[in-house]
Every structure is written in structure tokens, then in C-alpha cells.
Write a protein that binds this ligand. Structure first.
Ligand code: ADP
Ligand code: MG
Length: 238
């Protein structure tokens, strides 16, 4: 049988995902007092879309990303990635899903300081048991994609803030996740560097078909997003 698929094609096919969130609420119990961090939030995102989740500090952005990424569970409501409902999924399934289909980028990029850019990316590929040869190639290829082809062997302290955030993005996208969740990814960057990072997310959505959610209080994101969702006190502001 002729295998006409390259490994890359297959991974490319798995990139696309439809995200659907229906009436999600998250109620925290703070010392016996109920705090509603999210209230009946519904939204949808399709492959190749960049959705900006905007809102002030405390509006529920991180809580929502954590629920979508399976790091937290909603108190009510349902979340689907394509046909798979992640609300109600076992912890074991969620771990698999997180590793293979979801990429996280945080404000503080949390790179390992004694590891090179390539080694930081490689760690994620190890988690999905990619063979070593493939890992080396994939890490280099991904770092090239984010503009760090010449910095493969540099460690975080040898890189600028913007370059470090690019490594964090490379780490998040190296497994070709279908959905990328970025929490204040430009929070520690100057505005010009922040715009470059937002442009990079735009490019990843356009070229790889990933579904990208960016939580931020920064209005700069609007120009790079297909849709801007405003959260006010845990509710979507229409
Ligand atoms: P944002 O990311 O927009 O700043 P968060 O999702 O972090 O907002 O927080 C939304 C609300 O939920 C805030 O009032 C916050 O204090 C509260 N909150 C967040 N995480 C917790 C938690 N683990 N326990 C209790 N309250 C929390
Ligand atoms: Mg937050």
C-alpha cells in the first residue's frame, strides 16, 4: 500500500478544532462565601480564528481559559472540542488531551533557565513520546517558525523578553495543538514587542489553522483578532 501521507500532513489534519462553550459558570467557594467568577458564558471559535478575551483584572479571563484547557472544571455548563465534551471527562483523559491538543502560553513564560531554547521545546515533545530524531527536527523547525532559528542553543537569560516569549510560544505549538490558550502573553513586554507577538499568533492561526484564544486587558489585541469578547465581572458584555 502506498502511504501518501507525510507525518506532517496527518498532524496538520488534527490541528483544526471547533470550540464550543455553553453557559459555563464557575463558582468558587472562598471560606464558605460563594464567588461567581464566570456566569453563563457562551462562545464559539472555529479553526483559524483568533478570539480576544478582554476584560479587567478579576473579570474571569484566566478562569475561563483554565476551564477550556481542562485545568479547572466549570460548576455548570458544558465545553466541547469538536464532538468531545471535556466537561465531565476523566482526569486521565484530560491529561492526554492537554498534552496533545492544547498549547498553553502564560504571561511569565516559565522556561527552564538552564535549558536551551531547543531543550525547552524538546521537553514538551517528550511528553507525547515523540522519537528523538523527530523531536530534534520538530524543535528546530518550530523555533524557526517563531523567528528563533539562530537562537536554538541559547538559554533564556541570553535572550530578550520578546525572544523568551517566542520560545514559550514555540513550546506551546510544537506538538501542533489544535487550540492555543494564551493568558496575558504580552503582559511583560513593551508595546512594540507585544505587537510582534500578537502578529505571530495571527500568523499561526492563518498558516496552521489553530484556534487561538488570547486573554488580555490590552486593547492592542483587537487589531489582530477575528472576534473580541469582553468579560465584565464574569459575564460576556454584549
Ligand atoms: P482575570 O484573569 O480576568 O484577572 P480571574 O479568572 O483570575 O480573572 O479571576 C476572576 C475572579 O475569580 C476574581 O474575583 C478572582 O479573585 C476569583 N478567583 C480566581 N481564582 C480563584 C480561586 N482559585 N479561588 C477563589 N477565587 C478565585
Ligand atoms: Mg488572569
Amino acid at each position: 500500500m502506498i502511504n501518501s501521507f507525510q507525518a506532517g500532513d496527518v498532524l496538520q489534519l488534527t490541528m483544526s478544532i471547533n470550540l464550543r462553550i455553553e453557559k459555563v459558570s464557575r463558582i468558587y467557594d472562598v471560606g464558605g462565601r460563594k464567588l461567581t467568577a464566570l456566569h453563563d458564558v457562551s462562545l464559539a471559535a472555529t479553526p483559524g480564528q483568533v478570539v480576544a478575551l478582554r476584560g479587567r483584572s478579576g473579570s474571569g479571563k484566566t478562569t475561563l481559559l483554565n476551564c477550556i484547557g481542562g485545568l479547572d472544571r466549570p460548576s455548570n455548563g458544558r465545553i466541547w472540542l469538536d464532538q468531545e465534551e471535556i466537561t465531565g471527562m476523566s482526569e486521565r483523559r484530560l491529561v492526554q488531551l492537554r498534552r496533545r491538543r492544547i498549547g498553553f502560553v502564560f504571561q511569565s513564560h516559565a522556561l527552564l533557565p538552564t535549558y536551551s531554547a531547543r531543550e525547552n521545546v524538546d521537553l514538551m515533545l517528550r511528553l507525547v513520546n515523540m522519537p528523538r530524531r523527530e523531536r530534534l527536527a520538530r524543535a528546530a523547525e518550530t523555533l524557526q517558525l517563531v523567528g528563533l532559528g539562530k537562537w536554538l542553543d541559547h538559554r533564556p537569560f541570553e535572550l530578550s523578553g520578546g525572544q523568551q516569549q517566542r520560545v514559550a510560544i514555540a513550546r506551546a505549538i510544537a506538538t501542533h495543538p489544535a487550540i492555543i490558550l494564551a493568558d496575558e502573553p504580552t503582559g511583560e513586554l513593551d508595546s512594540a514587542t507585544g505587537r510582534q507577538i500578537l502578529q505571530l499568533f495571527r500568523q499561526i492561526a492563518d498558516e496552521q489553522g489553530a484556534t487561538i484564544l488570547i486573554a488580555t486587558h490590552d486593547p492592542t489585541v483587537d487589531a489582530f483578532a477575528d472576534e473580541v469578547v469582553q468579560l465584565v465581572d464574569g459575564r460576556i458584555h454584549l
